[in-house]
Design a binder for this molecule. Structure first.
Ligand code: GSH
Length: 215
């Protein structure tokens, strides 16, 4: 990715395996925006340390520092990236099409991901086996509905022939699905889009295994 000249000084607080962080890393890479990365180790509960909570009171990664301000919520961050760096767009042109892409994003970001978050799984059970069963159930249910949702619109990507926020949400969610042994066989469109996106250099550079601290 060639880097774009930008007036912002960007720092990303993130965790290598966090699907929400991957969305933002991918958008930054896709737009060619340079950033400093600061790993936040979720397994060591660093997201709840006083120093991190002072940065993002939500206690979640990712958080993006832009010059003096620091912001949480991956989809809000994606919107900022798109608004301030419109080249190589990640949203379609018409409002109705944008609405459809945002619907796809929310299906994953509000409907699937939160239920298999670390804090939620731990609250559900202290047994790792039970936690995994919980996560795989909700991911499979969510992906089944996502497959139906995108069926009328999908092309190479979730929405037609152009990469969009929806793909940035889908691929990290599929990564989580595989971590929890969810079979992708019932979701052929999701499987095809995921396989294609994984060939994109920006997606790869942003992928979990290529981040600091990955094991
Ligand atoms: N809605 C938030 C959710 C962020 C989120 O759930 N992040 C996860 C990692 S993907 C996290 O920090 N989990 C820490 C925890 O569960 O304590 C976003 O999209 O940024």
């Amino acid at each position: 990715m060639s880097q774009v000249k930008t007036n912002e000084n960007i720092t990303l607080y993130h965790y290598w395996r966090s699907s929400c962080s991957w969305r933002v890393r991918w958008a930054l890479q896709h737009k060619g925006l340079a950033y400093t990365d600061v790993p936040v180790n979720l397994l060591q509960n660093e997201q709840n340390s006083p120093s991190f909570l002072a940065k993002n009171p939500g206690g979640y990664v990712p958080a993006l520092q832009i010059n003096a301000g620091i912001f949480g919520e991956s989809l809000a961050i994606l919107e900022w990236i798109e608004e301030t760096h419109p080249a190589s767009p990640l949203l379609p042109k018409s409002p109705a099409d944008r609405l459809r892409v945002r619907q796809m994003c929310q299906h994953i970001a509000s409907g699937i991901q939160p239920i298999q978050n670390l804090a939620v799984m731990r609250r559900h059970s202290s047994d790792p086996h039970e936690q995994a069963k919980w996560a795989s159930h909700w991911i499979a249910t969510g992906l089944e509905k996502f497959e139906s949702l995108i069926t009328p619109f999908a092309g190479t990507y979730c929405f037609g022939g152009e990469l969009s926020f929806a793909d940035l949400c889908l691929v990290p969610q599929v990564y989580n699905a595989l971590r929890f042994n969810v079979s992708l066989t019932p979701y052929p469109i999701v499987t095809r889009i995921n396989a294609h996106c994984l060939t994109l250099p920006a997606c790869q550079t942003a992928a979990p295994q290529n981040q600091t601290g990955a094991s």
